[in-house]
Design a binder for this molecule. Structure first.
Ligand code: ATR
Length: 278
């Protein structure tokens, strides 16, 4: 990487930030597109976040990604928050405007839908009811994306019911909260099942969910991507469902930020996926 004095700058603000794959994936696209720019990890303690946030335009940054634990703080500090980020309740992408003010966006909903559309050509949430397991930040982005893509009904299921009710209240629309104990029956007639919990991730127990009631035409998506093939996806594939892994959501959400900062919309190719996985 050789930079000029005019290089465009972006990065990821997190604490800790060492585990982030974002520098690697943005670095790949910068090189691929011969862009005079850099994307760097920025380890920022929670107590320093506001200072660093306000310093970004002053240091000439085009913007940044925001990750744990700063996403809610970024929403509070941004000068302009796009409506989708406000609905989701978190900002993961900052874009500096020419006048130095900062836009707060959330690209996770875009990442979820783009991942589904690339994995399953013609995918439309409007096809039928979706069952979403979990009620954290990722769940909000997935449910918002499904509603915006015309899903007729979201069946939202979380171990802690009141968190699902909070998501339903925040997002509005056709969301039915269903009890954790009834999760297996809730699959009847669904067109899509999405796991947004951390269950199935390396070191975590698998998601305990009997798939018998899920129609075979239904698609299954897990937003967990370590491992790429979670027990849920393996079982779904075995039953004959189209199973979509979670790495694509991470990669596709990154495209939107890259486009805003560096002016090129990159694509998620098989080579790119392989590069990020290794
Ligand atoms: P994120 O913002 O990344 O989605 P989160 O807010 O910690 O993360 O949410 C994690 C999700 O995984 C929650 O829906 C959580 O359920 P609770 O709200 O009941 O905590 C779910 N989850 C984590 N471990 C779980 C387990 N052992 N059984 C059931 N759900 C679990």
């Amino acid at each position: 990487m050789i930079l000029s004095g005019k290089a465009k700058l972006a990065g990821v603000l997190g604490w800790p930030v060492g585990h982030s794959r974002s520098p690697r994936l943005h670095g790949y696209w910068l090189e691929q597109h011969h862009i005079d720019g850099a994307y760097v990890p920025l380890a920022v303690r929670p107590e320093d976040f506001a200072d660093v946030f306000h310093a970004l335009p002053r240091m000439g940054f085009a913007g940044a990604n925001v990750t744990i634990p700063h996403k809610e703080k970024a929403l509070a500090l941004a000068d302009h928050v796009e409506p989708l980020a406000r609905r989701i309740g978190a900002v993961n992408t900052l874009v500096v405007r020419e006048n130095g003010s900062i836009d707060g966006r959330n690209t996770d909903a875009f990442g979820f839908l783009e991942n589904m559309r690339h994995a399953i050509p013609g995918f439309k949430a409007a096809t039928g009811p979706a069952v979403v397991i979990g009620a954290g930040g990722a769940s909000r982005a997935v449910v918002a994306a499904l509603l915006d893509d015309g899903v007729p009904e979201v069946r939202l299921i979380n171990r802690t019911r009141h968190r699902a009710e909070e998501v339903a209240a925040a997002l509005g629309g056709a969301i039915e909260v269903i009890a954790w104990e009834e999760r297996a029956d809730a699959l009847a007639g669904a067109a899509l099942l999405v796991n947004t919990t951390s269950l199935g991730m390396t070191g975590q127990p698998p998601l305990d969910l009997a798939l018998d009631a899920l129609p075979l035409e239904a698609h299954v998506n897990d937003i967990v991507y370590v491992p790429l093939e979670t027990p849920l996806l393996a079982e779904a594939r075995q039953r004959g469902h189209r199973a979509v892994d979670g790495l694509g959501m991470l990669l596709h959400q990154a495209r939107a930020g890259f486009h805003a900062w560096f002016g090129v919309m990159p694509s998620v190719t098989e080579d790119f996926r392989r590069f990020v996985k290794d």
